[in-house]
Design a protein around this ligand. Structure first.
Ligand code: NDP
Length: 334
């Protein structure tokens, strides 16, 4: 059995990831670490997990833990990934990988040096919808891609209205939370890298302490595509979607910027508009499945560690552009 240790008694682990790990044959969740002993125990009891720790070091010292899934608040990811790598554990880390690029690159290096697999939990790449959109775009169905629009303005549910809206030091704010996913999804669909960002952010109602709860941004990609992003915590009824517009057609994903295996894909071209069939499956289960395959030496994780770094670099450029009011280059990696 490949044993997983959860670092972070989090909502995402509870709502999606424990189930996704347990769906993999030969994989089991064997331990959880929280900063609080009572929370660790309660979380372990609720999810029938054998080991409950109030220290990451103790969890990492458990030889039954071969892999860790890190879903603490964002400022903690760096040291936890580096400690896990030093203990020889493979790492599936939540996005954003870190609060700055140097930290993220250090994490990737630590895993490479230790010879452990590291992946980033960008779930949207695993959606049947986004995979179909990528296939259409990269297969030439819309001709040359020119523009993209991402609609990812949602309402942050009350049970998540914590550090995301009031803790800058924990990497709160909509840009590190949602724009980073948009960036990753566009990189995946277009097979291109963002090079430049402009952005206007908003702090309308939920966010405090100088954090933003909404943003409109534009990105230029290295293949010439210009993309528009609209991300928010404050908008209950906008609906989500993604559109890629080319010189021969447009592909439209409706209701696809979501954690759920839902949504539809439409193709519009000279032949008219038609729905493109997709076979939905759990995004998280597929993502964990790809990660487990990578552990066996079968291919790459759906979103690699480097994908996490590049998508973070894009989100950081959006944040910087929104603060400075200036067009900002996306940092290139060595
Ligand atoms: P949570 O706020 O649920 O959990 C983050 C941390 O908060 C936990 O590790 C826990 O600390 C602490 N915490 C949880 N519940 C309580 C409580 N009742 N009282 C006090 N502290 C508590 O965050 P999320 O699950 O929403 O996000 C965690 C990470 O996952 C972030 O990096 C986020 O960006 C990412 N994420 C990714 C998603 C994806 O689809 N890829 C979706 C959602 C989140 P401790 O562990 O010390 O107990």
């Amino acid at each position: 059995v490949t044993g997983w240790g959860l670092i972070g008694a989090s909502t995402i682990a509870s709502e999606y990831m424990i189930e996704a790990i347990r769906a993999q044959p030969g994989h089991e969740v064997v331990a959880v670490a929280s900063s609080n002993a009572d929370r660790a125990k309660a979380f372990a009891a609720k999810h029938a997990i054998a080991g409950a720790y109030d220290s990451v070091a103790d969890l990492l010292a458990n030889p039954a833990v071969h892999v860790v899934y890190i879903s603490t608040t964002n400022e903690l990811h760096r040291d936890q990934v580096i400690a896990a790598a030093a203990a020889g554990k493979h790492v599936l880390c939540e996005k954003p990988l870190a609060l700055n690029l140097a930290d993220a690159q250090q994490m990737v290096q630590a895993c490479a040096d230790a010879g452990v697999v590291m992946a980033t939990n960008h779930h949207l790449r695993n959606a049947a919808t986004h995979r179909q959109i990528r296939e259409l775009v990269q297969g030439g169905a819309i001709g040359r891609p020119l523009f993209a629009r991402v609609f990812h303005a949602v309402y942050l549910p009350p049970h998540l209205q914590g550090w995301r809206i009031d803790k800058p030091a924990a990497g709160g704010g909509v840009i590190l939370d949602i724009s980073v996913h948009d960036a990753d999804t566009l990189r995946f669909i277009l097979g291109a890298e963002p090079v430049e960002a402009v952005a206007l952010a908003q702090s309308a109602s939920l966010a405090r302490e100088g954090l933003e709860d909404g943003v409109m941004a534009a990105l230029r990609f290295d293949n010439g595509v210009v993309a528009q992003l609209h991300d928010a915590f404050t908008v209950p009824f906008a609906g989500t979607g993604i559109e890629i517009h080319g010189d021969k057609g447009s592909v439209v994903g409706r209701n696809v910027m979501t954690q759920k295996p839902i949504g539809e894909v439409l193709l519009r071209d000279a032949q008219g508009e038609h729905a493109v069939p997709v076979e939905h499956e759990s995004l998280y289960e597929r993502g964990v499945g790809r990660f487990c395959a990578a552990l066996r030496g079968e291919g790459e994780p759906a979103a690699t560690a480097l994908d996490g770094v590049r998508s973070l670099a894009t989100a950081l450029a959006i944040a910087e552009a929104s603060h400075s009011g200036k067009a900002t280059r996306v940092a290139t990696l060595q």
